[in-house]
Design a protein around this ligand. Structure first.
Ligand SMILES: Nc1nc2c(ncn2[C@@H]2O[C@H](COP(=O)(O)OP(=O)(O)OP(=O)(O)O)[C@@H](O)[C@H]2O)c(=O)[nH]1
Ligand SMILES: [Mg+2]
Length: 358
């Protein structure tokens, strides 16, 4: 029986990082593994990033799992056919909640072709989670924070990820607060970047310690929809020619985009960049509380770079598009870049529909 692990959690919390690390462990043990990525947009950094690690990945794009359940069933069937995996990780888009009602229950009820989910974990950035549990404000508006809290409420296993970014005192505090608030759930503190960091998580989900509940959340779809509407999505596919130095150009572009967004005070949920050049790839992430991640370890890149940008920012979608466009033009002038926009989407995710009728 295929094991299907659903991985939920807020934007930028480290889901893809942990899934790739887990997938590599399965592959090393000789197991076949597949990944399903999910997003509201079409041009996805995550899918390309997972595939670049030689892990079979398919995507459910154009909406979250909960609004695209039929597509999810279809890509699961495709993955089963193409990769014949022993284990599948399905990452829901970071602004999605209510997976029990919309995915777990229908998959359990499917007689043919359905894979009942083995586990549901919810990831959170340990620093955001600590602030949340202390009752301190987060950098997002309340309706966006509502989504994060619903994700935590519905999973049986909570993963406080990026725990390496907490002091040991804060770590102890987080453990205590998690036990107090979520006493009945299993909670893990994890550094997904550490070599063996994901082992306890993989053991927990593989040994049945995170079986999803059958009780759906009581979601306030007004607030959930409002939270989604506050987050702007901007996706771009670019082809950039950097006559001098590809790595320097990419670095300058990421730093300039970060400065332009932070200058306007727009909270960054996750702004991710995937650059491919000369058979190499590099992923760079900007998240709410983090310095640009991945810049310091950028490999040398060729003169021609294929760049995918996925920006999820609490801002107006058209203003975000304009600011990123202006920044791109300014960096291009300064570094003598020639660029071509091959695809673009700027939008707010559609309001989630309450409990799809099946
Ligand atoms: N310090 C630290 N950084 C981490 C850890 N896990 C992930 N990151 C970094 O956090 C950033 C976001 O990670 P992703 O795995 O892309 O996050 P995600 O939850 O898949 O993001 P979305 O798909 O946009 O929701 C990346 O720069 C990762 O390298 C961790 O345990 N510690
Ligand atoms: Mg991801």
């Amino acid at each position: 029986m295929i094991r299907l692990h659903l991985v939920s959690g807020f934007l930028g919390s480290g889901k893809t990082t942990a899934i790739v690390a887990a997938a590599k462990r399965h592959l090393a043990r000789g197991e076949r593994v597949g990944v399903v990525t999910n997003d509201q947009g079409r041009y996805l950094v995550d899918t390309a990033f997972v595939q670049a690690q030689n892990v079979p990945a398919v995507q459910v794009s154009g909406g979250c799992f909960c609004c695209n359940y039929d597509d999810l069933v279809q890509v699961l069937a495709q993955l089963q056919h193409d990769a014949q995996p022993d284990v599948i990780y399905a990452e829901s888009v970071g602004s999605c909640a209510d997976l029990i009602a919309t995915v777990v229950q229908p998959l359990r009820a499917l007689r043919q072709g359905g894979i009942p989910p083995t586990s549901l974990s919810a990831f959170a950035d340990a620093r955001l989670l600590l602030r949340h549990l202390r009752g301190q404000p987060l950098p997002f508006s309340d309706d966006v924070v509502y989504i994060l809290s619903q994700q935590l409420a519905e999973a049986e296993l909570l993963v406080a990820n990026k725990v390496d970014l907490l002091s040991s005192e804060d770590r102890r505090d987080l453990e205590g607060l998690l036990a107090k608030r979520y006493g009945g759930k299993r909670c893990l503190l994890q550094n997904a970047l550490a070599p063996e960091g994901v082992i306890p998580w993989v053991q927990a989900i593989e040994s049945g310690q995170a079986t999803p509940s059958d009780v759906a959340l009581d979601v306030d779809y007004g607030r959930y929809g409002e939270g989604e509407r506050r987050l702007a999505w901007l996706d771009q596919e670019l082809l950039i020619q950097a006559p001098r130095n590809g790595r320097e150009a990419l670095e300058a572009l990421v730093v300039a985009i970060e400065q332009a967004i932070r200058l306007r005070g727009w909270p960054i949920a996750h702004c991710k960049f995937l650059a491919r050049s000369g058979g190499r790839h590099a992923k760079i992430s900007l998240t709410a509380l983090q310095e640009p991640e991945g810049l310091r370890s950028l490999p040398e890149l060729g003169h021609e770079i294929e760049l995918t940008i996925n920006a999820r920012v609490e801002a107006d979608a058209q203003e975000l598009r304009q600011v990123i466009g202006e920044t791109l033009r300014a960096v291009a002038r300064e570094h003598g870049l020639v660029w071509q926009l091959r695809g673009e989407q700027a939008f707010y995710p559609e309001a989630p529909s309450a409990r799809p009728a099946r």
